[in-house]
Write a protein that binds this ligand. Structure first.
Ligand code: SF4
Length: 382
């Protein structure tokens, strides 16, 4: 069990006490045994050899899948869905770690809104050449449903609402969560927010529509520094919103699997991590802080000649901006690397286009210094 608890997934870092419930290991054992029998009886012929090997071998199975994956499985009832979910996680890992090319992105990040109500010093929202046309806008409902329908059909298993702006500023964000939650092939739903616009109604929608993870950006435990860093926010209001969220889950959704995570940026590199942890952990499940990535001004960063490793984002995810433009990441917030548009094309066509293939080849040849801003974003995958 401890082996399982200590493992984290690539983009959902979580530990046992995060959700506060035990994994039903007996169920996991049963699932592994049953799928394994199906494979041996040649009932699951369509899956890759490597995936089948992981499922059949108990030791490999428990080594490969991490806590959050086990937790998800322990809460699922339909057997076909469990297999599809595990297969999705396998594919994400192959894309991310082995740079395996799939003909659709395993993970999609949707930008409901590109604007933000705050102007934090470590964020590209203070770049005045960005906070104006053509970069600012809201995703239209038709484009949103097109993206989600295609993602579901393709089997892209995870969707995050986030990217460059504050998603809760979208007037239809509650309906958007509902729409994604009703799709059978989308297994993980994540929402990134600064918590300014949390209302009682929205809190209920988050739990009702089974958001897996809500990441709240908050950088301090003292009003003065918090408001300096989250410029435009009111500390008391944010704290009261996060408490409301936590209490609504406690009072109305006792069996909720939604993780509330507080994630901060230690901008001045002097944050008292212990106090930060103590403060926010009373109203969340998981608290973390990292140093700032100086990415708001990515394009004017100094060139980083030492970072040569290929960037996993070219294989494992697609960012879709509010207007349908597709990008590998939001470090490139002005879309120098954009490889297409899903307004008039399908996700699959854009993902399999020449431009992205070319970016991958450049990265594989350890020549990312030929691409702006890959040559200076500082994001490294060992
Ligand atoms: S800019 Fe950085 S994060 Fe974005 S694709 Fe290039 S290397 Fe990856």
């Amino acid at each position: 069990m401890s082996q399982v608890q200590n493992k984290i997934s690539p983009y959902l870092s979580i530990t046992q006490d995060v959700i506060g419930k035990d994994i039903d290991l007996k169920k996991i054992e049963y699932v592994q045994k049953t799928i394994s029998e199906k494979i041996q009886n040649k009932k699951l012929e369509n899956f890759e050899k490597d995936f089948k090997e992981i499922i059949i071998n108990r030791e490999k199975f428990f080594k490969f899948f991490n806590y959050i994956e086990m937790y998800k499985v322990s809460r699922m009832n339909e057997f076909d869905k469990i297999i599809n979910y595990l297969h999705f996680r396998f594919k994400f890992s192959q894309a991310s770690n082995k740079k395996k090319e799939f003909d659709f992105p395993p993970y999609i990040l949707i930008e409901a809104v590109s604007a933000c109500n705050l102007k934090c010093p470590m964020c590209f929202q203070i770049d005045k050449t960005f906070t104006r046309k053509p970069f600012m806008g809201l995703m239209k409902w038709d484009l949103f449903t097109k993206v989600v329908d295609e993602a579901n059909q393709l089997g892209a298993g995870a969707i995050t609402f986030g990217s460059r702006g504050e998603p809760l500023m979208h007037p239809k964000i509650g309906e958007m969560l509902k729409y994604v939650s009703e799709k059978e092939n989308i297994f993980e739903l994540k929402l990134n927010s600064n918590a300014s616009f949390l209302t009682e109604k929205l809190c209920h929608e988050i739990f009702k529509h089974k958001v897996d993870t809500l990441v709240i950006s908050a950088d301090h435990y003292e009003k003065k520094t918090f408001e300096e860093l989250r410029k435009g926010a009111n500390f008391e209001k944010i704290v009261s919103n996060v408490k409301m969220l936590f209490n609504i889950r406690k009072n109305y959704y006792k069996d909720s699997g939604t993780e509330i995570r507080v994630s901060g940026v230690d901008y001045y590199k002097n944050l008292n991590r212990k106090k930060f942890q103590e403060f926010w952990s009373s109203m969340s499940d998981n608290v973390s802080a990292t140093y700032a990535v100086e990415r708001w001004d990515t394009y004017n960063n100094e060139k980083d000649e030492r970072t040569l490793n290929p960037c996993s984002y070219l294989w494992d995810r697609m960012y879709i901006w509010f207007d349908g433009k597709c990008n590998p990441c939001d470090a490139d917030y002005k879309s120098y690397l954009s490889y297409g548009d899903v307004k008039n094309n399908t996700i699959k066509d854009v993902w399999n286009g020449e431009k992205l293939k070319n970016h991958r080849s450049i990265h594989m040849a350890k020549k990312r210094s030929e691409l702006i801003p890959c040559d200076r974003c500082g994001i490294d995958f060992n």
